[in-house]
Design a binder for this molecule. Structure first.
Ligand SMILES: [Zn+2]
Length: 106
């Protein structure tokens, strides 16, 4: 993913409006790119910081970022596990179907 696209996606990231595929590429890029990391921090500071300020809460950008990143990573992991689960259920149903056919034929 290019920096331009990552910057564009920051807003979607903060509003949790990204697909898991996008999210994975996005995080991969953020991990490696200092400039986009900075951009994300600034945008988060502006958006989330203002909300917290209005609510009169303390705002710790580092903690907020860590939390958001962790949540996103968990989302990706969960999605992958679900893929495996679907695959597993698929194979099991396939085996049962084959066994049934074999049983019916014999
Ligand atoms: Zn970048």
């Amino acid at each position: 993913m290019e920096c331009k696209k990552v910057i564009k996606l920051i807003q979607s990231f903060m509003q949790d409006e990204m697909t898991v595929g996008e999210l994975e590429e996005f995080l991969q890029h953020i991990d490696q790119c200092k400039e986009c990391q900075e951009e994300l921090t600034i945008q988060m500071l502006v958006t989330e910081g203002l909300i917290s300020l209005e609510a009169g809460e303390d705002f710790d950008i580092k903690q907020e970022m860590d939390q958001k990143m962790q949540l996103a990573r968990r989302q990706i992991l969960w999605h992958k596990e679900m893929d495996w689960l679907t695959l597993g259920i698929g194979s099991v149903s396939m085996c049962i179907a084959i066994l049934l056919i074999v049983w019916l034929v014999i």
